[in-house]
Design a protein around this ligand. Structure first.
Ligand code: FAM
Length: 436
């Protein structure tokens, strides 16, 4: 029945020794070369980052501490009447590398429930923000403001040793995760429900069900979708914009609230987390223009071609690393097939999945014509009544906190220094080439 802190402390101790030895023995081993085209090309493929929590394979997709999505779905603890992994357990897995028992998962849930309440100043701030301020801006402001009570910040200023920093970062991470559903649900209620609804945690329920309740829903299948959603988006190695930004900011020893707040700002970009909002917006426009909720294949094809001709990307398709259909898309599709197989917009998502890849494949420049997670997430949320698509990225953000906050703890435990890669001017690169 060991608790999270003691399991993690043991793991960190043994990993510190193992990795120190590894770097001493193999520190000079080369992983690759850097080409000038990569400097101009968003650093694609440059092996430069450490991520202990997950590994992304271009063809197979994500593995969380070595476990694939189907393996997690099979082996992770579930809610009493659910089949999807509890995100609280994923936090345990990402932190410690072990699949927790049901009892250990419950310990995480209980602690998050106990720490869920928001300070008054955060409530007041959120209640006074303009309703037309994007939910992601509100979200990032609220989490950033929580650093007022950061345990890491206090420890840093009181002279705690560097080797101990991870303990305080972990405490901040736990506090933050506990409060995220409350923050996110308050933003939702303020913008879309005139501030009405409940903000009380039900201590018998898990993190996802409490979040669903505070959003104003009571359908247990919606809670199950939230568990799946919050599990799937939790981590995607550390090269993506939200994880990398969080790491970069945290490497300056900014506290976890500031670092994650910065990561959220990156997640709010349309090429990253905002794509789920864009997908549903695009689908809605297609349905309106074609005059049908589930238009035929040839009409969808024409619409896709029209989107591309107008110079826009097809949202929800393509990926910087993946070269196959995202297994997170497949997991969401399996959920749809099980619970809403006849829903018209779900059927349209399936038609789009049939039509888009061959078209993108024919455009040579696109490296991955397949669907990513964002192509599917919105339609499921809409089915259960969460229709406000500009809110969707907030859900992604709550989930991503699980991965990035686990990573901050590990980077501090391994004492990874401040990030500072080398940059060049174009003239300096030209000079380098001439001098060769
Ligand atoms: N539709 C049209 N064009 C696309 C495309 C798409 N779905 N995906 C890539 N391209 C274009 C891309 O814009 C680029 O064109 P230019 O050379 O003219 O600039 C070209 O194909 C080569 O791009 P790539 O190397 O295949 O992809 P990147 O690694 O540069 O970009 C994405 C990756 C995800 C930003 C890109 O595929 C995209 O814009 N997709 C649509 C937006 C989206 O779904 N984002 C969510 C990604 C998701 F996984 C997440 O982070 N949540």
């Amino acid at each position: 029945k060991a608790d999270l802190r003691s399991v993690l402390a043991e793991k960190i101790k043994s990993e510190q020794e193992r990795l120190k030895k590894f770097v001493k023995e193999h520190g000079n081993t080369k992983l690759g070369e850097v080409k000038i085209s990569q400097i101009y090309g968003g650093m694609r493929g440059i092996p430069a980052l450490l991520c202990e929590t997950s590994l992304l394979d271009p063809n197979e997709g994500i593995r969380f501490r070595g476990f694939s999505i189907p393996e997690c779905q099979k082996q992770m603890p579930k809610a009493e009447c659910g089949d999807e992994p509890l995100p609280e357990g994923i936090f345990w897995l990402l932190l410690t590398g072990n699949i927790p028992t049901a009892e250990q998962t419950k310990m995480v849930t209980d602690e998050w429930n106990a720490k869920a309440a928001l300070p008054d100043y955060v409530k007041k701030m959120l209640d006074n923000l303009p309703k037309d301020l994007h939910p992601m801006s509100q979200f990032s402001m609220a989490v950033t403001s929580l650093n007022k009570d950061s345990k890491f910040l206090k420890a840093y200023h009181s002279g705690v040793k560097r080797a101990e920093f991870w303990k305080y970062s972990l405490e901040d991470g736990i506090t933050l995760l506990a409060k995220l559903p409350n923050i996110a649900a308050r933003i939702y209620r303020n913008i879309y429900r005139d501030g009405k609804g409940c903000d009380e945690i039900d201590k018998k329920l898990d993190w996802s069900a409490n979040y669903g309740r505070m959003l104003g829903f009571d359908d247990p299948f919606f809670f199950e979708l939230l568990r799946l959603y919050l599990f799937l988006h939790s981590d995607h190695d550390s090269g993506n914009v939200s994880s990398h930004t969080t790491h970069l900011v945290a490497s300056a020893l900014s506290d976890p609230f500031l670092a994650y707040g910065a990561g959220l700002s990156g997640l709010a970009g349309p090429l990253h987390g905002l794509a789920n909002q864009e997908v549903l917006d695009w689908i809605g426009k297609m349905q309106k223009e074609l005059g049908s909720k589930n238009p035929p294949e040839d009409k969808v094809k024409e619409y896709v071609q029209k989107t591309l001709k107008s110079g826009h990307v097809i949202p929800g398709y393509g990926h910087a690393v993946l070269r196959k259909t995202d297994p997170r898309y497949m997991a969401l599709q399996a959920f749809g097939e099980r619970y809403l197989p006849k829903y018209e917009t779900y059927l349209l998502v399936k038609t789009i999945y049939k039509v888009v890849p061959p078209i993108l494949k024919s455009m040579q420049k696109i490296k991955n014509p397949w669907a990513n997670v964002d192509a599917h997430s919105g339609v499921l949320l809409r089915y259960y009544g969460l229709k406000e698509m500009e809110y969707y990225t907030v859900l992604f953000g709550i989930s991503r906190a699980i991965g990035v906050l686990s990573s901050i703890t590990w980077h501090r435990a391994l004492q990874i220094p401040i990030e500072r890669p080398k940059s060049f001017t174009s003239d300096a690169l030209m000079k380098f080439v001439k001098g060769k």
